[in-house]
Design a protein around this ligand. Sequence first.
Ligand SMILES: [Zn+2]
Length: 120
Amino acid sequence: MPLYEYRCQSCHRKVTLLVRSQSQTAASCTFCGSTQLSRLISSFAVLRSEESHMEDLADPSRLGDVDENDPRSIARWARRMGRELGEELGPDFDEMVDKMEAGEMPDDGGDEGAAMPGEI
Ligand SMILES: [Zn+2]
């Protein structure tokens, strides 16, 4: 039986519903009863095999045109990856992607402000 995931527009919880037939459209939030539900990307694949899905995402051939030296390019890929996962990755992730879109490489912590080796 298919499971569908929704985001409740009213209480913003993630709602997982068993859909017994294609004609069943009156889905409602199991928490607050709201029918304002928006369908999330199916996470079947993630639930079935999270590991192999992650491997797929990490497969370099899926990076396509990503230029690892171009933060904007990485940001585009990161957003696409976030969508595929169908999860909210949190404000930290958004902030990081925003910075990359602004042309900044995400810092790896600790050595901010340090001169690059070989830099005069
Ligand atoms: Zn709700």
